[in-house]
Design a protein around this ligand. Structure first.
Ligand code: GLN
Length: 303
């Protein structure tokens, strides 16, 4: 959104440009409001900010990573329009799910809203497919929070905030199943959520597995109950939520038994935007220090 804002602030207000830059209608509307406000308030400040924004922009694009700045006071251009557009996949309880009001809710959604509050920006949550999140960062969305594990592959495309939660893959099996170790998984029909670390384990590490990839974890669990797959590999907390939902039919087995490694969830941010990383990490730290983070853990995860 930086380019759009810089253009607006330099006074180029033509609607055609707004549309050309447009990420989504809602964000444009706010961009408009911000631009209008600054325009009437202070013309000078405005052009100074615009220069800043384009300077920052050029920096991020050319040598963002070498910038080496760790000063959280430096504001990221991403936030300069007052809106943080966040992508998630609301199919991953308790971290994200569609609430009773039809809007994304859950631990991650509450956490990113609290971070937005600390940073003084409005948070807009876009619900999209998990697989699409990483590629959308920096264009359709500013950042993603989706119980997303830090992986080397993803780090080639995006940066991550400090980790905020430890996770582990679990194996959901039918009640009474004999599947209890990595050897037992060999050659099995395994259900996973497409593009997740559970998918990578099943597809890359399990010998002779026949992997069925679903867009929603719950669909994999439904096929487990229907007998179409032998087990489902998915993160611990959703596994426990699903096991509870289908109590008596399935159980969630601890991934440690299978030798799975501990994973760390973090917020995915545009590659090289160290200013944004610093700001998000500073907000995250404040939320941990002031007890908000723990409150959200007990409200959404331990509850
Ligand atoms: N933690 C897993 C991953 O990052 C699954 C995330 C999800 O399904 N939302 O791949």
């Amino acid at each position: 959104m930086k380019k759009c804002l810089a253009l607006m602030l330099t006074g180029v207000m033509a609607m055609s440009l707004l549309t050309a830059c447009g990420k989504d209608n809602a964000a444009e509307t706010t961009g408009d409001a911000v631009a209008e406000e600054t325009e009437t308030e202070s013309q000078e400040e405005e052009s100074a900010e615009a220069e800043d924004a384009s300077a920052e922009n050029a920096e991020t694009e050319s040598a963002g990573e070498e910038d080496g700045s760790t000063d959280a006071d430096v504001a990221s251009g991403v936030l300069s329009d007052g809106v943080l557009t966040v992508g998630t996949n609301a199919e991953f309880p308790p971290f994200e799910y569609v609430g009773d009001d039809g809007e994304p809710d859950g631990f991650d959604v509450a956490l990113i809203k609290a971070i937005g509050e600390k940073l003084g920006v409005e948070v807009r949550v876009e619900n999209m497919e998990f697989e699409a999140l990483v590629a959308a960062i920096g264009n359709k969305i500013d950042v993603a929070i989706a119980g997303m594990t830090i992986t080397e592959e993803r780090q080639k495309v995006v940066d991550f905030s400090d980790p905020y939660y430890d996770a582990l893959q679990y194996v959901i099996v039918p009640e009474g199943s004999a599947i209890a170790s990595m050897d037992d998984l060999a050659g099995k029909n395994i259900g996973v959520q497409l593009g997740t670390t559970g998918d990578f384990i099943a597809s890359d590490d399990v010998e002779g597995a026949n992997v069925s990839q679903y867009n929603k974890g719950v669909d994999a669990v439904n096929d487990l109950i229907n007998g179409k797959v032998d087990c489902v590999i998915i993160d611990k907390n959703p596994a426990q939520v699903f096991a509870e939902k289908f109590e008596g039919q399935v159980t969630a087995v601890d991934g440690a038994q299978f030798g799975f490694e501990v994973e760390k969830y973090a917020i995915a941010i545009p590659k090289g935007d160290t200013a944004l990383a610093d700001q998000i990490n500073a907000a995250l730290k404040e939320l941990k220090d002031d007890g908000t983070f723990d409150e959200l853990v007990s409200q959404y995860i331990e509850n």
